[in-house]
Ligand binder design. Sequence first.
Ligand code: SF4
Length: 326
Amino acid sequence: MTQPVLSVRDLRVEFPTRSGTLVAVDGVSLDIAPGEILGVVGESGAGKSMTGMAVLGLLEPPGRIAAGEVRLAGARIDNLDERGLERVRGREIGAIFQDPLTSLNPVLSIGDQLVETIRVHTRCDRRTAREQAVAALTAVGIPAPTTRIDHFPHQFSGGMRQRVVIALALCANPKLVIADEPTTALDVSIQAQITALLKRLCKEHGTAVMLITHDMGVIAETADRVAVMYAGRLAEVGPVLDVIREPRHPYTRGLMGSIPSLRSRVDELVQIDGSMPRLDRMPPGCAFHPRCPDAGPRCARERPDPHPVGTGAVACWLEQGGVNGG
Ligand code: SF4
């Protein structure tokens, strides 16, 4: 098997508080191959953005990686200092966030931002960098790029701004892109264009993508594989079509069952009673057991870890010896 671009092993993210340690990501392992799009899906608070931020080295203090490893093309990056992380971010990992304005400097023209990024990472002269910047804007579908390159972020619509952010994230030809809810803030009519653009460009460049979203419709249209997260843990991982056709974890089944057109939002699910546990009230055993229609006595006692099943992996006792025994 080709070496994964991103390999996360047993990642644990903790937030120490006065009343105890909160575990936001608990034992998550993921791989993303070159050119592969892994969709990470779950309700808000499931730990998906926290996983992305941990990979980027952007956890807000006091949040920290307490255990596990993050490797980029085989090299550990979770133990780098801030300078090392800054080098990796931008050059090797591009980031796209929900709000394009988070990634853009409002007082610089988009051309200056692109040229600066391209020059930092490729060390070419200003003229060549500007030519590359125009090419990057053309590739993301900005009309009249030779004029628009001198405009400022506020002179673009939300959808056009996100295209600029995609150009910025990809202009250094990173190995990995982390896209966290890249279309959530955009008009529905624009969302599909932006995800299609991201998918096309990453496939063309062989870039691995971690696509974090609560929208299963976006995952179905864009991702190759999907990782379903619940309460900071992985519930199920597998090829997206297999998981959609035959979800094995009861939580994933709930997600699919309550999505009539696969365009609904996970936040609006109605078929799973109750809500995800708070980090300071995590139940013992399987974190989903208070809401699970299939739970048995073992589920409240023992925690299931992801276990290979079919083409993927599932963390559920139903797939590992039953919910009664153990
Ligand atoms: Fe439900 Fe038990 Fe499976 Fe958890 S381990 S998802 S509670 S059946």
